[in-house]
Design a binder for this molecule. Structure first.
Ligand SMILES: [Fe+2]
Length: 196
């Protein structure tokens, strides 16, 4: 403890030390080495890919919440619940991707403004859209994610980053494919009451 801290009275020591600032100790885009027996180039490539995927997964996740809140029509309740379920599942994927980036020694993208800058998913309008349009928008976002994640999984495997490959193939690809199934069945035009 410093002399200054030692000299503080009991009352002073109870006071929170707020408004603290310091330089970042790891800048975004910079890697740190971890003893995980993985080549630095492989880790760097995975971190770059995972940050792109993270920005897109966060955008897709938030698109689900927007649609959960703004959905309308006779399937309101069903879609309201489904959109929220998929939101929660995407949120888990987002957490796994971000923690993988940190595990590899990188720095994950985190805040909405930075995510918006990086994401390649088209920005939706602020207003409400009809349910079939919401679903089409979500399906398109899933396809963007699936296209990039397949190529990222192959790159990770080729570079020897099996941990990233496993996360992408087992969780991200299969999770997104399953959500696409659930969504796309809602825009199959089958009769509701009387068969054709
Ligand atoms: Fe809700």
């Amino acid at each position: 403890m410093s002399n200054r801290a030692n000299s503080r009275t009991a009352v002073d020591r109870a006071r929170p030390i707020d408004h603290q600032r310091a330089h970042e100790f790891q800048a975004y885009g910079h890697m740190t080495r971890r003893p995980i027996a993985l080549a630095e180039d492989a880790a760097r490539q995975s971190v770059e890919n995972l940050n792109q995927l993270l920005a897109d997964a966060m955008t897709l996740r938030d698109l689900y919440k927007k649609h959960h809140w703004q959905v309308a029509g006779p399937t309101f309740h069903q879609l309201h619940l489904l959109f929220d379920k998929h939101y929660e599942e995407q949120n888990e994927l987002v957490d796994s991707i971000a923690e993988r980036i940190q595990t590899l020694g990188g720095v994950c993208v985190a805040m909405a403004a930075d995510v918006a800058e990086a994401s390649i998913i088209p920005r939706p309008p602020k207003g409400r859209e009809e349910a079939p349009v919401q679903i089409s928008r979500l399906l398109h976002a899933h396809e963007i994610v699936l296209e990039e994640v397949r190529s990222m999984a192959r790159q990770a495997a080729a570079a020897g980053d099996d941990g990233t490959n496993d996360l992408l193939a087992s969780d991200v690809i299969r999770g997104n494919e399953r959500q696409v199934w659930f969504l796309s069945e809602h825009v199959v035009d089958v009769p509701l009451v009387r068969a054709d």
